[in-house]
Design a protein around this ligand. Sequence first.
Ligand code: KG4
Ligand code: ZN
Length: 337
Amino acid sequence: MERRFLTLGIESSCDDTAVSILDGQRDVKADLISSQIKDHAPFGGVVPEFASRKHLEAILPLVDRALENAGVSDPAQELSLIGVTAGPGLMGSLLVGVMTAKALAQTWHIPILGVNHLEGHLFANVVASPDLEPPFICLIVSGGHTEIILVEDFGNYSLLGATRDDAAGEAYDKVAKLLGLGYPGGPIIDSLAHKGNSEAFSFPVPLRSSDEIAFSFSGLKTAVLWAVKDLKEKSVDLPIADLCASFQKAAVEALMTKVERAVEVTGIRKVAISGGVAANRGLRNALQRKKDWNVFIPPAIRCTDNGVMIAAAAYNGYKRGLISDLFLTPNPSWPLV
Ligand code: KG4
Ligand code: ZN
């Protein structure tokens, strides 16, 4: 029987502790997530110091369970690599993952590779679609990032455009907060949007008429704020579903317009999406309507933070000759490009 190449993937950049084990590029043997959503919800967002303490509590039990789920009884003999998110993200949260990974790599005498979280998101597509080969365009949309990347080859990326202010997920979270909907706002707005009328409010689509590949979400968020203020002054009950649907329409259109522009500029019609906002039904539907593009969309569960995407990026990087050492240090603002 062919020997397995097992990669242990560790993700702790924000508020999810995730540990996965991958055989080769895409055979998932274990996939665990410990979410902190309930812990941070009362604060309306992630409290960084609290997040790192929660990672600390969760991480080793998760590693144990992942090994058990994958049937690994002797990790020193059976694991081939540890991949860990080394940035971008919250410093305290990243430190927990990186320090754990280094301790395990040293104990088990196996190689370690620090992974860029955004490259991880990109690899969610590689896991989901064996036929996805570069070059392709990838829209990375999460709580911290909104970027269009040209993947010339794995490991060879260029930035086609990014947000000038808020990330798309951040805009979802802020709008949800001002509507009193809870945290994280993306999934809540997404499900309410499907019950509302997207034509009820005419919110601006940021940078729609500009040729530039760039995003801006702070003006859209402010437009929702003014609409809400206006309704409150008139003592009208807030039509929450209509507000969500109208906001979502503008947000998805803002993203799609710039992906269309990226396709036009590069001539590449192979388009992937990833990151938490890629779980959004409005965005997924809009992409699926592009019949003359070759579209790649990971399952929603692999769009939000997970360990599989980190293990997959680590495996690919290691096969390309990358390796870290025990001096690996997290970089909270590590750019992909
Ligand atoms: O990639 P991710 O799990 O963590 C970061 O790296 O940021 O993304 C989390 C973000 C949050 O802002 C969350 O509100 C948003 O993704 N999100 C969504 C949906 N699911 C998660 N936004 C819109 N629609 C969704 N269905
Ligand atoms: Zn993420």
